[in-house]
Design a protein around this ligand. Structure first.
Ligand SMILES: C[S@@+](CC[C@H](N)C(=O)[O-])C[C@H]1O[C@@H](n2cnc3c(N)ncnc32)[C@H](O)[C@@H]1O
Length: 280
Protein backbone atom coordinates (compact mmCIF):
# COMPACT_ATOMS: atom_id res chain seq x y z
CA UNK A 1 0.00 0.00 0.00
CA UNK A 2 1.32 3.47 -0.94
CA UNK A 3 1.00 6.60 1.22
CA UNK A 4 -1.59 7.86 -1.26
CA UNK A 5 -3.76 4.73 -0.97
CA UNK A 6 -3.47 4.72 2.80
CA UNK A 7 -4.58 8.36 2.85
CA UNK A 8 -7.71 7.47 0.85
CA UNK A 9 -8.53 4.64 3.29
CA UNK A 10 -7.84 6.93 6.23
CA UNK A 11 -10.14 9.68 4.90
CA UNK A 12 -12.95 7.19 4.24
CA UNK A 13 -12.69 5.45 7.63
CA UNK A 14 -12.62 8.65 9.67
CA UNK A 15 -15.10 10.73 7.62
CA UNK A 16 -17.98 10.02 9.99
CA UNK A 17 -15.89 10.69 13.11
CA UNK A 18 -13.95 13.94 12.48
CA UNK A 19 -14.33 17.09 10.33
CA UNK A 20 -12.25 17.06 7.11
CA UNK A 21 -9.67 19.59 8.30
CA UNK A 22 -9.04 17.53 11.44
CA UNK A 23 -8.67 14.33 9.41
CA UNK A 24 -5.92 16.01 7.35
CA UNK A 25 -4.14 17.15 10.48
CA UNK A 26 -4.42 13.68 12.09
CA UNK A 27 -3.13 12.02 8.92
CA UNK A 28 0.01 14.14 8.82
CA UNK A 29 0.67 13.85 12.57
CA UNK A 30 0.43 10.08 12.28
CA UNK A 31 2.63 9.81 9.19
CA UNK A 32 5.23 12.21 10.60
CA UNK A 33 5.36 10.01 13.69
CA UNK A 34 5.67 6.62 11.98
CA UNK A 35 7.92 7.70 9.10
CA UNK A 36 9.89 10.28 11.08
CA UNK A 37 9.79 12.77 8.21
CA UNK A 38 8.13 16.18 7.76
CA UNK A 39 4.88 17.04 6.04
CA UNK A 40 6.54 18.34 2.85
CA UNK A 41 8.46 15.09 2.40
CA UNK A 42 5.28 13.04 2.91
CA UNK A 43 3.54 15.05 0.17
CA UNK A 44 6.52 14.61 -2.17
CA UNK A 45 6.54 10.83 -1.59
CA UNK A 46 2.86 9.89 -1.87
CA UNK A 47 3.64 7.06 -4.27
CA UNK A 48 6.12 5.42 -1.90
CA UNK A 49 5.17 1.94 -0.65
CA UNK A 50 4.73 1.64 3.13
CA UNK A 51 6.57 -1.43 4.43
CA UNK A 52 4.57 -4.15 6.19
CA UNK A 53 5.50 -3.06 9.74
CA UNK A 54 4.52 0.54 9.08
CA UNK A 55 1.27 -0.62 7.45
CA UNK A 56 0.41 -2.68 10.53
CA UNK A 57 1.15 0.28 12.81
CA UNK A 58 -0.84 2.85 10.86
CA UNK A 59 -3.85 0.58 10.53
CA UNK A 60 -3.84 -0.02 14.30
CA UNK A 61 -3.50 3.72 14.93
CA UNK A 62 -6.36 4.43 12.53
CA UNK A 63 -8.56 1.96 14.46
CA UNK A 64 -7.76 3.79 17.71
CA UNK A 65 -8.52 7.17 16.13
CA UNK A 66 -11.83 5.81 14.92
CA UNK A 67 -12.68 5.13 18.58
CA UNK A 68 -11.81 8.79 19.31
CA UNK A 69 -8.69 8.11 21.30
CA UNK A 70 -6.67 11.36 21.39
CA UNK A 71 -3.82 11.38 18.83
CA UNK A 72 -1.41 12.52 21.58
CA UNK A 73 -1.88 9.22 23.44
CA UNK A 74 -1.57 7.22 20.21
CA UNK A 75 1.76 8.75 19.22
CA UNK A 76 2.81 9.12 22.89
CA UNK A 77 3.77 12.75 22.74
CA UNK A 78 2.67 16.33 22.33
CA UNK A 79 4.23 19.76 22.19
CA UNK A 80 3.84 22.25 25.07
CA UNK A 81 5.25 25.78 24.84
CA UNK A 82 7.62 24.46 22.18
CA UNK A 83 8.80 21.48 24.26
CA UNK A 84 8.23 17.83 23.22
CA UNK A 85 6.41 16.17 26.15
CA UNK A 86 5.76 12.42 26.59
CA UNK A 87 2.14 11.54 27.37
CA UNK A 88 0.16 8.38 28.08
CA UNK A 89 -3.12 7.51 29.83
CA UNK A 90 -1.62 8.30 33.23
CA UNK A 91 -1.22 12.02 32.49
CA UNK A 92 -3.56 14.72 31.35
CA UNK A 93 -2.89 16.01 27.83
CA UNK A 94 -1.64 19.58 28.46
CA UNK A 95 -4.25 22.18 27.53
CA UNK A 96 -3.83 25.52 25.70
CA UNK A 97 -5.10 27.30 28.86
CA UNK A 98 -2.12 25.89 30.74
CA UNK A 99 0.24 27.13 28.02
CA UNK A 100 -1.32 30.58 28.54
CA UNK A 101 -0.62 30.28 32.27
CA UNK A 102 3.05 29.55 31.55
CA UNK A 103 3.37 32.53 29.19
CA UNK A 104 1.59 34.74 31.75
CA UNK A 105 4.07 33.69 34.44
CA UNK A 106 6.93 34.30 32.01
CA UNK A 107 5.64 37.84 31.35
CA UNK A 108 5.58 38.61 35.10
CA UNK A 109 8.59 36.83 36.59
CA UNK A 110 12.36 37.27 36.28
CA UNK A 111 14.78 34.49 35.33
CA UNK A 112 16.58 32.09 37.69
CA UNK A 113 13.85 31.65 40.35
CA UNK A 114 13.23 28.62 42.55
CA UNK A 115 9.79 27.30 41.53
CA UNK A 116 7.60 24.48 42.88
CA UNK A 117 4.95 22.95 40.59
CA UNK A 118 2.31 21.12 42.66
CA UNK A 119 0.19 18.54 40.78
CA UNK A 120 2.74 18.39 37.97
CA UNK A 121 1.25 15.54 35.86
CA UNK A 122 3.21 15.32 32.59
CA UNK A 123 5.55 18.01 33.99
CA UNK A 124 4.55 20.40 31.21
CA UNK A 125 4.50 23.54 33.42
CA UNK A 126 7.75 22.58 35.14
CA UNK A 127 9.62 21.91 31.90
CA UNK A 128 8.32 25.08 30.26
CA UNK A 129 9.33 27.33 33.19
CA UNK A 130 12.75 25.69 33.36
CA UNK A 131 13.22 26.24 29.63
CA UNK A 132 11.67 29.71 29.23
CA UNK A 133 12.88 31.48 32.39
CA UNK A 134 15.75 29.26 33.46
CA UNK A 135 13.96 28.41 36.72
CA UNK A 136 15.24 25.78 39.15
CA UNK A 137 12.09 23.67 39.34
CA UNK A 138 10.81 21.08 41.82
CA UNK A 139 7.67 19.19 40.75
CA UNK A 140 5.28 17.09 42.83
CA UNK A 141 2.47 14.73 41.93
CA UNK A 142 0.65 12.00 43.83
CA UNK A 143 0.76 9.61 40.87
CA UNK A 144 3.91 7.51 40.48
CA UNK A 145 2.74 6.56 36.99
CA UNK A 146 2.53 10.24 36.02
CA UNK A 147 5.97 10.86 37.55
CA UNK A 148 7.41 8.02 35.44
CA UNK A 149 6.10 9.70 32.28
CA UNK A 150 7.47 13.09 33.37
CA UNK A 151 10.87 11.56 34.10
CA UNK A 152 10.93 10.07 30.58
CA UNK A 153 10.48 13.57 29.19
CA UNK A 154 13.15 14.92 31.54
CA UNK A 155 15.59 12.31 30.24
CA UNK A 156 14.76 12.96 26.60
CA UNK A 157 15.09 16.75 26.78
CA UNK A 158 17.97 16.85 29.31
CA UNK A 159 15.90 18.61 32.01
CA UNK A 160 17.01 19.08 35.61
CA UNK A 161 13.50 19.34 37.09
CA UNK A 162 13.45 17.40 40.37
CA UNK A 163 10.32 15.19 40.60
CA UNK A 164 8.90 13.63 43.79
CA UNK A 165 5.79 11.76 44.81
CA UNK A 166 3.83 13.98 47.22
CA UNK A 167 0.17 13.92 48.23
CA UNK A 168 -0.62 17.60 48.73
CA UNK A 169 -3.71 16.70 50.77
CA UNK A 170 -1.42 15.19 53.42
CA UNK A 171 0.83 17.21 55.67
CA UNK A 172 4.16 17.77 53.88
CA UNK A 173 7.17 18.73 55.96
CA UNK A 174 10.09 20.54 54.34
CA UNK A 175 12.45 23.36 55.25
CA UNK A 176 12.59 24.43 51.58
CA UNK A 177 11.30 27.81 50.42
CA UNK A 178 10.35 28.85 46.89
CA UNK A 179 10.04 32.21 45.06
CA UNK A 180 7.05 30.95 43.11
CA UNK A 181 4.58 28.09 43.63
CA UNK A 182 2.34 27.13 40.71
CA UNK A 183 -0.47 24.62 40.52
CA UNK A 184 -3.01 23.39 38.03
CA UNK A 185 -4.85 21.01 40.38
CA UNK A 186 -7.80 18.72 39.60
CA UNK A 187 -10.75 21.12 39.37
CA UNK A 188 -13.60 19.62 37.36
CA UNK A 189 -16.83 19.46 39.37
CA UNK A 190 -19.14 16.42 39.38
CA UNK A 191 -21.93 18.57 37.91
CA UNK A 192 -19.66 19.61 35.01
CA UNK A 193 -19.27 15.96 33.91
CA UNK A 194 -22.10 16.08 31.34
CA UNK A 195 -20.33 18.96 29.52
CA UNK A 196 -17.07 17.03 29.23
CA UNK A 197 -16.36 15.33 25.89
CA UNK A 198 -16.82 11.56 25.97
CA UNK A 199 -13.25 10.95 24.78
CA UNK A 200 -11.84 13.01 27.69
CA UNK A 201 -13.89 10.96 30.17
CA UNK A 202 -12.96 7.71 28.49
CA UNK A 203 -9.23 8.23 27.97
CA UNK A 204 -7.86 10.86 30.38
CA UNK A 205 -7.06 10.08 34.05
CA UNK A 206 -9.95 10.92 36.38
CA UNK A 207 -7.42 11.48 39.18
CA UNK A 208 -6.17 14.49 37.19
CA UNK A 209 -9.61 15.85 36.35
CA UNK A 210 -12.09 15.58 39.19
CA UNK A 211 -12.39 17.14 42.59
CA UNK A 212 -14.65 16.16 45.49
CA UNK A 213 -18.34 17.00 45.28
CA UNK A 214 -18.37 17.85 49.03
CA UNK A 215 -15.30 20.13 48.83
CA UNK A 216 -14.68 21.34 45.27
CA UNK A 217 -11.71 23.58 46.19
CA UNK A 218 -9.93 21.11 48.47
CA UNK A 219 -6.79 21.06 46.29
CA UNK A 220 -6.64 24.87 46.15
CA UNK A 221 -7.01 25.01 49.96
CA UNK A 222 -4.19 22.50 50.47
CA UNK A 223 -1.89 24.38 48.07
CA UNK A 224 -2.73 27.77 49.66
CA UNK A 225 -2.00 26.43 53.16
CA UNK A 226 1.28 24.93 52.00
CA UNK A 227 2.26 28.06 50.02
CA UNK A 228 1.56 30.37 52.98
CA UNK A 229 4.30 28.52 54.89
CA UNK A 230 6.76 27.76 52.09
CA UNK A 231 6.88 30.80 49.82
CA UNK A 232 9.70 33.23 50.54
CA UNK A 233 8.51 36.69 51.75
CA UNK A 234 6.82 38.45 48.82
CA UNK A 235 6.67 35.09 46.96
CA UNK A 236 3.98 34.49 44.33
CA UNK A 237 1.37 31.76 44.08
CA UNK A 238 -0.07 31.03 40.63
CA UNK A 239 -3.13 28.91 39.90
CA UNK A 240 -4.99 27.72 36.86
CA UNK A 241 -8.65 28.23 37.82
CA UNK A 242 -11.99 26.66 37.13
CA UNK A 243 -14.11 29.76 36.33
CA UNK A 244 -16.95 28.17 38.35
CA UNK A 245 -14.92 28.10 41.56
CA UNK A 246 -12.74 31.19 40.98
CA UNK A 247 -14.65 33.33 43.49
CA UNK A 248 -14.29 30.71 46.23
CA UNK A 249 -10.53 30.51 45.59
CA UNK A 250 -10.20 34.31 45.77
CA UNK A 251 -12.11 34.39 49.11
CA UNK A 252 -9.87 31.64 50.42
CA UNK A 253 -6.73 33.63 49.52
CA UNK A 254 -8.08 36.78 51.15
CA UNK A 255 -8.67 34.94 54.42
CA UNK A 256 -5.17 33.43 54.28
CA UNK A 257 -3.27 36.73 54.22
CA UNK A 258 -2.37 36.73 50.52
CA UNK A 259 -2.29 40.17 48.87
CA UNK A 260 -2.18 41.73 45.38
CA UNK A 261 -4.53 39.16 43.88
CA UNK A 262 -4.74 39.42 40.09
CA UNK A 263 -7.10 37.32 37.95
CA UNK A 264 -6.56 36.90 34.21
CA UNK A 265 -9.26 35.74 31.79
CA UNK A 266 -8.85 33.11 29.08
CA UNK A 267 -9.78 33.41 25.40
CA UNK A 268 -13.43 32.72 26.26
CA UNK A 269 -13.26 35.66 28.68
CA UNK A 270 -13.53 33.34 31.69
CA UNK A 271 -11.47 33.71 34.89
CA UNK A 272 -8.71 31.15 34.25
CA UNK A 273 -5.48 32.27 35.95
CA UNK A 274 -4.64 33.87 39.23
CA UNK A 275 -1.59 35.21 41.01
CA UNK A 276 -1.37 36.27 44.67
CA UNK A 277 1.55 37.38 46.84
CA UNK A 278 2.61 36.63 50.36
CA UNK A 279 3.28 39.70 52.50
CA UNK A 280 6.93 40.88 52.65
C1 LIG B 1 -5.15 18.92 36.17
S1 LIG B 1 -3.80 17.77 36.29
C2 LIG B 1 -2.47 18.90 35.94
C3 LIG B 1 -1.30 18.25 35.30
C4 LIG B 1 -0.29 19.25 34.70
N1 LIG B 1 0.26 20.13 35.71
C5 LIG B 1 -0.95 20.07 33.61
O1 LIG B 1 -1.12 21.27 33.82
O2 LIG B 1 -1.28 19.51 32.53
C6 LIG B 1 -3.76 17.52 38.03
C7 LIG B 1 -2.65 16.58 38.56
O3 LIG B 1 -2.83 16.50 39.99
C8 LIG B 1 -2.43 15.22 40.43
N2 LIG B 1 -3.02 14.98 41.76
C9 LIG B 1 -4.26 14.54 42.06
N3 LIG B 1 -4.42 14.44 43.40
C10 LIG B 1 -3.24 14.86 43.96
C11 LIG B 1 -2.77 15.00 45.30
N4 LIG B 1 -3.56 14.67 46.33
N5 LIG B 1 -1.51 15.45 45.51
C12 LIG B 1 -0.71 15.76 44.46
N6 LIG B 1 -1.09 15.63 43.16
C13 LIG B 1 -2.35 15.20 42.91
C14 LIG B 1 -2.91 14.29 39.33
O4 LIG B 1 -2.20 13.08 39.36
C15 LIG B 1 -2.66 15.16 38.07
O5 LIG B 1 -1.42 14.83 37.51
Amino acid sequence: MTIKVFRQNFNERLASVYPTAEIDSLFFQLMEHVLNIGRAEIILNVNTELNQDVQNDVVQFMNRLEKKEPIQYIIGQTSFAGIPIHVNHHVLIPRPETESLVYWIKSREPDDLAILDICSGSGCIAFALEDHINAKVTAWDISNKALTVAKQTAASIGSNVSFSQVDILKHTQTQDRWDVIVSNPPYVLEEEKPQIHANVLEYEPHLALFTLREDPIQFYRAVVQFAALHLSPGGRLYFELNPNTAKAVISLLKTTDFVDIVVENDMQNQARMLVAKTKK
